[in-house]
Ligand binder design. Structure first.
Ligand code: ATP
Length: 235
């Protein structure tokens, strides 16, 4: 579904991504794990067209997308849930969800997806008229994920969904990520510092250090890899 070939991304003189190559197959959950400043968010923002790549290719379903605009990339089927959620604080829950479907015209499909996200997160249905900014951190994460689902993406990019949340909420969010993947036919690229949780729901994983992919394997094997255990799992 998605392939990055030798992607390089710079911020001025800072080389954030150095020859990143990876692939994601249809139906997979792939995780990208790494420490602070390793290049995880830059990878997602380069795929989304928010930050331009300096060199390399990004293929989505066989088509080059590295020079396309961010809104074009959304309409092709890739949607990102940014780190820190970035919901619209003054809009209600319902209005935030409507914004997610902004590029769509299929009314029946939009209604079905709205019912789906409210069934995934019943708390959001209860808070339908409440403004987004008054929701708890966990509820805002649920809203940000739901807003992205309202665009009906084939590939959902999640940037550190567990950040700043209590362990019980993190568990719930990860269970729902798995559910979205299985029930809603959504391929998922999950960027996480919480390597333990991420590797427990992922099929495969990549490790990024200092802008480079240093390791890739099945999630199962990464969980038992000594280097990964030492650096990211606190074992
Ligand atoms: P974290 O987990 O802390 O969010 P990350 O793995 O997502 O980190 P990135 O945010 O992709 O890492 O950052 C990769 C590198 O690029 C870092 O050295 C960072 O300081 C730098 N960087 C990121 N955004 C910018 C920017 N807008 N301007 C300049 N440098 C940036």
């Amino acid at each position: 579904m998605l392939e990055l070939k030798n992607i390089q991304t710079n911020y001025g003189n800072i080389e954030a991504l150095r020859n990143i190559s990876l692939h994601i197959d249809t139906g997979e959950i792939i995780t990208l794990i790494g420490g602070n400043g390793a290049g995880k968010s830059s990878t997602l923002m380069t795929i989304s067209g928010i930050v331009p790549s300096r060199a390399g290719k990004i293929l989505f379903k066989g088509k080059e997308i590295q020079r396309r605009s961010a809104d074009d990339i959304v309409s092709m089927g890739i949607c990102q849930v940014p780190e820190g959620r970035h919901i619209f604080p003054d809009l209600s829950v319902q209005e935030n969800l409507d914004m997610g479907a902004f590029l769509r015209k299929d009314k029946a499909g939009i209604k079905a997806d709205l019912d789906y996200v409210y069934s995934l997160f019943p708390i959001l249905a209860e808070r339908r008229t409440q403004s987004g900014g008054t929701l708890s951190g966990g509820e805002q994460q649920m809203l940000a994920m739901s807003r992205a689902l309202m665009a009906r993406p084939e590939l959902l990019l999640l940037d550190e969904p567990s950040m700043g949340l209590a362990p019980l909420i993190i568990k719930q969010i990860f269970e729902i990520i798995k559910k979205i993947n299985q029930e809603h036919n959504t391929t998922i690229f999950l960027v996480e510092q919480n390597a333990n949780q991420a590797l427990h729901i992922a099929d495969r994983g990549y490790v990024i250090e200092n802008g480079k992919i240093t390791l890739t394997d099945t999630a199962k094997k990464l969980l038992t890899n000594e280097e990964v255990q030492k650096a990211y799992l606190g074992i």
